[in-house]
Design a protein around this ligand. Structure first.
Ligand SMILES: Cc1cc2nc3c(=O)[nH]c(=O)nc-3n(C[C@H](O)[C@H](O)[C@H](O)COP(=O)(O)O)c2cc1C
Length: 192
């Protein structure tokens, strides 16, 4: 028996909240369930950076969990899922996961994902990076986390912001082997 086709989607308060919104849209369209957990600052970034309302973002998800409800199923490693993505991922959330300081549900869900050895993908957004932030990301990478910076490529000739966003969302889905057509792969299928 396989695991249910559902992903935990964490949205934290880094710039680039549109990445998380787009991920929820794509999962919905692919028929993959999403368990959303948003930090307070993620909610604020939705209002600051986009024309979405927080309630509209919540409605994109299959289920939304209160970020301080530790009685949520996400607080248990027994909750079956494909893994977890955090996009965008703030440096504060990177630090929390790196040192196991699970004082909100997003951090606890990431902790559980790691201890159950399920895939965990973080899409950090910060620049420039200081030594502490780089060390935290190295700690996470050594623990098996995929660090997938919000740094879209340009070789697929993006024409608008949506194309840039889709590149990162697509690369994130690639980690889980989820089929999609969000970006054109470099020379895949070419004979030379
Ligand atoms: C407009 C705005 C943009 C921000 N952008 C970033 C960012 O790109 N990266 C980051 O690490 N923090 C950023 N922050 C700061 C985080 O929101 C802050 O550190 C917060 O504590 C993160 O908490 P959370 O991880 O629980 O959401 C931003 C804050 C604001 C108001």
């Amino acid at each position: 028996m396989g695991y249910p086709m559902r992903l935990i989607v964490g949205l934290s308060g880094a710039s680039g909240i549109i990445y998380g919104i787009r991920m929820l849209e794509v999962l919905r369209d692919l028929g993959i369930e999403s368990d959303l957990v948003m930090t307070d600052m993620a909610g604020k970034l939705v209002e600051i950076e986009t024309s979405w309302k927080e309630e509209e973002v919540i409605r994109l998800a299959t289920r939304c969990h209160d970020c301080f409800d530790f009685t949520s199923p996400l607080a248990s490693g027994g909750y079956r899922n494909l893994g977890m993505v955090v996009l965008p991922c703030s440096m504060k959330t990177v630090a929390g996961i790196a040192c196991g300081f699970a004082d909100n549900l997003l951090l606890r869900a990431a902790d559980c994902t790691l201890k159950e050895r399920r895939p965990l993908v973080l899409v950090p957004r910060e620049t420039p990076l200081n030594a502490i932030q780089l060390r935290n990301m190295l700690t996470l990478a050594e623990a098996g986390v995929t660090i997938l910076p919000a740094a879209p490529g340009f070789y697929h000739r993006p024409e608008n912001i949506g194309d840039l966003v889709d590149h990162i969302v697509g690369k994130t889905l690639d980690v889980f082997g989820i089929e999609h057509h969000l970006y054109t792969r470099w020379k895949e299928g070419a004979s030379s």
